[in-house]
Structure formats: C-alpha cells, structure tokens
Write a protein that binds this ligand. Structure first.
Ligand code: ATP
Length: 264
C-alpha cells in the first residue's frame, strides 16, 4: 500500500509543484492518476520513489508511506527492494545493452527477495522480447522499448508498479498489448499499479479507482464507474460532452466554468 498524505513539493526552492496532495494506492488494486500537462502527476511519482532529489525537488510537508514505512527513511534502491518499482516517463532503458542485459540489470534489484530472476515470465508475456533478446535495446521500436521497461519491472518482482504515461507515442494495438499485460500481472500476481495517464479511455478500462489532479492538487476522485459518468470528466478527458454540438466559440467559456466548479 502506498499512502501519500498532504504533501507539498517544491523544485529549486521556489517552484511549488504539489499543494497538499493526498492519495492512496492500495495493495493489489489499479489506481489511475489523470491530469493535464503540468498538473503534477510525474512529480507525485517522483516524490513516492525518492527521485525528486535528482531534479532538485523536495517534499517539504506531509508524509509518504509504503507498506507502513516512511519512504523518507529509504533510498530509491531500498524502495525497489521493498517492492516499489517506478517505470519512469520516456521508458529509461539502457539503450546500449541488449534486451537480456537490461533484464539482468533489473534482476539485481532482487537480491535476497528471490533466488532466480524469472525471465521466462517476461518472455511469456512478451514473446517479441524473446525473439529480440540479443538485440541492442536502443534499436527496438517504441512499443518494444515500453515492453522492455515493463519487463524490467516484472523481473524485480515488485508488489507495486508506478507507471508514468506508458501509452505515450504508441499505436493503439501496442497500447492494448501492454495494458493487457498490466491487467494480467495485476489479476494473476496481485501486483498493485499506480498508473499516470493522459489517455483516460485506456486508464479507465483498467483501473478500479481514479484521481484527477490540476494545479498540484487532487480535484476529483472516486470509483472509475463514478468518474466515467461525471460530466466534467466526460468532457475534459473522454471527449464526450452532452454539449458536443454546441458552437465552437463557446468552448473555452464552458471549460472555464467547469474548471471553476472542480476547484471550488
Ligand atoms: P506532464 O503530463 O506534462 O508530464 P505532469 O502532470 O506530470 O505533466 P509535472 O511534470 O509533475 O506535471 O510538473 C508539475 C509542475 O512542476 C510543473 O509546473 C512543472 O513545470 C514543474 N516541474 C516539473 N519538473 C520540474 C523540474 N525538474 N524543475 C522545475 N520544475 C519542474
């Protein structure tokens, strides 16, 4: 269970990115975190896995716990050993290593938690990676690189994976393949997922619960079934407004009103 309570995050001592943000990603559940560009989604994940320092950012208020322990007492490596794996934005694989070497590096995270890294499972989920296992990862397609990023997470046998916009720049067919794997890993192994996405359609098809953030805060949360029926969510994130037929010139005005309603 990942619990974030009322955190404030500041970059470079001056730029406030998160303002009193709280959320929970329970064990074994899939939770979606949606929001527009700059809302603070990536910052939230970085705060949870202690990667803020790399960006000269700091959690200056609030508390983050993973499995009941404050993450501030652990290093980013220690958190991986504890079972929290962060697939960062932009895939972040080792482009000069082969597919198998990338998995091998991730297996270091296992240390005492399991004797033998389970590559077979990764190759079963993604047969394409098996075919390309001796190829240099930098020459894989975008979709294959995302599969490898996910495979690296699988090898570390986490209890929770944080995923930062895995669908970005990928074709719908590849997105469906990757998300089917996420669903299987959750259903078969009970791995919890906190999924940051701009593609709400995809996120809602998978998640149990969702949070919507704007301006560094959570503005709406609830079961996905509830969010899907919220008129603001339908209009902003699913492109399905009852006012679709309304004149273009009113669009900005309506959006402004809705945003105000969210934030009030
Ligand atoms: P996107 O969908 O565009 O990735 P996001 O919701 O993930 O957006 P963040 O990247 O977390 O948003 O950014 C939140 C705020 O923090 C923005 O105002 C952004 O400019 C600022 N920010 C993010 N990273 C840094 C950084 N390394 N240094 C300074 N400010 C940053």
């Amino acid at each position: 269970m990942l619990k974030i309570e009322n955190i404030e995050v500041v970059y470079h001592h001056t730029i406030q990115a998160l303002r009193g943000l709280s959320l929970e990603a329970p064990k074994g559940k899939i939770v979606a975190l949606l929001g527009s560009n700059g809302a603070g989604k990536t910052t939230t994940l970085r705060a949870a896995t202690r990667l803020l320092e790399l960006e000269n950012g700091r959690v200056c208020e609030g508390l983050i716990e993973f499995n009941g322990k404050p993450v501030s007492s652990m290093t980013p490596d220690g958190l991986v050993h504890e079972g929290l794996f962060h697939i960062r934005e932009g895939r972040r694989i080792f482009t000069e290593l082969t597919v198998e070497e990338n998995l091998l590096v991730a297996a270091n995270a296992l240390r005492s938690r399991s004797a033998k890294p389970n590559y077979d499972k990764v190759y079963e989920f993604f047969p394409r990676l098996k075919e390309r296992r001796t190829q240099t990862a930098g020459y894989l397609s975008g979709g294959e690189q995302q599969m490898l990023a996910f495979g690296r997470a699988m090898v570390a046998e986490p209890s929770m994976i944080l995923m930062d916009e895995p669908s970005l720049g990928l074709a719908p067919k590849i997105i469906a393949e990757i998300f089917e794997t996420v669903r299987r890993l959750n259903a078969e192994d009970g791995v919890g997922i906190l999924l940051v996405e701009q593609n709400a359609q995809v996120a809602f098809s998978l998640a149990d619960y969702g949070y919507i953030m704007e301006g560094g805060q959570i503005v709406l949360e609830g079961e996905v079934s509830k969010l899907q029926n919220d008129p603001d969510v339908r209009s902003f994130y699913l492109g399905m407004s009852a006012d679709d037929e309304a004149r273009e010139s009113f669009r900005d005005v309506k959006h402004y009103k809705r945003r105000k309603r969210w934030l009030s």
